[in-house]
Design a protein around this ligand. Structure first.
Ligand SMILES: [Mg+2]
Length: 379
């Protein structure tokens, strides 16, 4: 392939990573904390871990995912704050609003990290580096927060590039300088290389990229299986994964199968209350409110029905949803299918109430899966 035809297929990917995000938001909202070792996470007495550490706190050797008790020993004067996910989500949505000026191909990794594919972008700007600079500037001007950006031609390289000049960094890996860069990276920086794999690599004398490059594919596959094939390709800068825009979640649901089939009564009502509680908990994590409740009932003979009810409550408050859920279950049990035992109940909510958090009504992000997996702000 000639240089020019290779160029044509080259993608332009930006990875944006907010610097010490949760801690930085806390400092932004409470400027007296500026310059102090600020930790977001559990209390030092708890068994919790540090979710985010300000750069001052990092000077004491404090890192995210470290037990809070240990962090306090390292820095007794550290300020411990509980996380405020709603606030972080709000800021994250604002940041995504900035991304959206340039591209709709945005793949969030967490509240504070995302990949953007700007190969063909909305502003028709040919330079991804220029876009990255402007995104950083807009984030700083509008929110007073710094981000680090990595620019390259695939997701892997963009991600490690954003880590290169933290904080407030911008680093570009071009097709021309990628191999020289990859030769020097510590292999532990490769996503997917955890503690165990890193130790195994070390034992084989592989610490830096150039040492990994010396190994054949069969050598790596023999020792690491599928991961070996991945390591062989990734250290050559080969990563075909596309930036996938996350689909908006349309409903939130929960269901339970009983250990013993139930007729309408106190026990079934309690089960319904329990499910409702679980549903509201999940909903809270998404930051959404739904006005239409779907009640799924499976009977002892495995016949299954679903009934949907939309509450009149404009803001879809919990009490209104509890009311319609019980009402509907009664109707089903007393009138539609009297004396039929129930083996499974399911609830879901849809028809989300539009909430404008960033002043941009089109911004309706799905943060559900991040919060569900327990998000740690590592960098
Ligand atoms: Mg970060």
């Amino acid at each position: 392939m000639t240089g020019s035809t290779q160029r044509q297929g080259v993608r332009k990917i930006i990875h944006i990573d907010m610097d010490a995000f949760y801690a930085s938001v806390e400092i932004k909202d409470n400027p007296q904390l500026a310059g102090l070792p600020v930790l977001v996470g559990g209390s030092p007495q708890s068994r919790g871990v540090v979710s985010a550490a300000s750069y001052k706190a990092r000077e004491y050797g404090i890192r995210s995912a470290m037990p809070c008790s240990r962090a306090q020993r390292l820095c007794p004067e550290a300020v411990f704050l509980p996380p405020r996910f709603d606030r972080y989500k709000e800021i994250s949505m604002h940041i995504h609003g900035i991304f959206r000026k340039y591209t709709h191909l945005i793949e969030p990794l967490s509240l504070d990290e995302a990949w953007l594919d700007v190969t063909s972008n909305l502003a028709s700007i040919p330079s991804a580096t220029w876009i990255a600079m402007h995104i950083k500037k807009e984030i700083k001007d509008q929110l007073g927060l710094t981000a680090s950006a990595g620019v390259s031609y695939n997701k892997f390289l963009a991600k490690i590039a954003s880590d290169e000049k933290k904080p407030d960094g911008l680093f570009v890996i071009t097709p021309e300088n990628a191999s020289a860069f990859l030769e020097t990276i510590p292999v532990r920086k490769i996503p997917g290389v955890g503690k165990v794999t890193n130790q195994k690599l070390q034992n084989l004398g592989i610490e830096k990229g150039y040492q990994l490059l010396e190994k054949s594919e069969s050598y790596l596959v023999q020792r690491f299986g599928k991961l070996g094939g991945y390591l062989f390709r990734i250290i050559r800068g080969i990563d075909e994964r596309q930036v996938q825009a996350s689909l908006e979640r349309k409903s939130v649901g929960i269901e339970t199968t009983f250990s013993k089939d139930q007729l309408l009564g106190d026990k079934l009502n309690r089960e319904l209350d329990h499910l409702l509680e679980g549903l509201f908990k999940r909903l809270k994590k998404t930051g959404k409110k739904g006005r239409t409740l779907h009640l799924k009932v499976k009977f002892e003979d495995f016949k299954q029905i679903t009934r949907s009810i939309t509450t009149n409550s404009i803001d879809a408050d919990e009490a209104a949803i509890v009311r319609v859920a019980h009402q509907k279950l009664q109707e089903i049990c007393l009138f539609e299918f009297p004396q039929r035992k129930i083996r499974l109940l399911g609830l879901s909510l849809s028809n989300f109430v539009k909430q404008s958090l960033s002043g941009d009504d089109n911004v309706q992000l799905d943060m559900f899966h991040f919060l569900n997996t327990g998000s740690i702000d590592a960098s």
